[in-house]
Design a protein. Structure first.
Length: 234
């Protein structure tokens, strides 16, 4: 019983970085959980040259939650595992039915994968980091009939009180890559501080050059992690 406590305590020292920098690589950039599935699988691969100890859990948008405090209604199996170098491990994410979630829109959670590398055997002094990766997990009700690409086309943009307002009238989370205003002279002007917008909601953003813009070019991240581009006129 000491191992779970040891791993949880490492959360205080863990570093949030992308999976590309870790010994453990996660297949995909997000997890989609259709509500009619008993579980979904997530594949892990150890691309390092040493065995790795991995702990996984889901949180409800609470970055400081650990496996003992999370309130998310999901179980990950195995919660703790070791993965040999150049080997893989499949995780099962299971909805435990302990919460009633919205049936008309997506709900966002986060899948956490904590990668703890093995202690070096040949070095007396060393610095070791536990690397924590977080992926968005979208619980998607089967009652959503609109396709994701259709939802992207329904996004609306407006100028409101000298700010850019983006309206999301759809049941999907809108997740953005780099997006731009398109100025009247055709030049792009980057939109900063735009990450995601919840279903059936809107967001107002202060942006430069708004009065000189003729349209907005949005790069939306789809289920496969690639970008879909849409352009909306004012």
């Amino acid at each position: 019983m000491k191992k779970p406590f040891f791993i949880s305590s490492l959360l205080m020292l863990s570093t949030l970085i992308t999976s590309a920098h870790a010994g453990i690589v996660i297949t995909g950039t997000r997890v989609i959980y259709p509500s009619d599935k008993e579980f979904v699988s997530v594949q892990l691969t150890n691309v390092g040259d040493q065995i790795a100890l991995v702990q996984s859990w889901v949180d409800s948008k609470d970055i400081i939650a650990d496996p003992t405090t999370t309130q998310a209604p999901f179980i990950v199996t195995p919660p703790i595992t070791t993965i040999e170098a150049a080997k893989g491990q499949s995780l099962r994410v299971i909805f435990n039915q302990k919460q009633k979630l919205a049936t008309d829109r997506e709900t966002l959670f986060w899948l956490n994968v904590l990668d703890i590398p093995a202690k070096p055997t040949a070095e007396a002094n060393y610095l070791q980091f536990a690397i924590r990766n977080r992926l968005k997990l979208f619980y998607r009700p089967t009652g959503i009939k609109m396709e994701q690409q259709q939802a992207f086309q329904k996004v609306e943009v407006q100028r409101v009180n000298n700010q850019l307002q983006i309206n999301n009238p759809t049941p999907y989370y809108l997740n953005f890559g780099k997006s731009n205003l398109v100025l009247k002279n055709g030049a792009p002007s980057e939109i900063k501080n735009l990450s995601f917008i919840e279903p059936f909601s809107k967001q107002q953003i202060e942006v430069e050059n708004l009065s000189d813009a003729k349209s907005v070019q949005l790069y939306l991240i789809n289920d496969y992690g690639s970008l879909s581009t849409i352009e909306k006129q004012f």
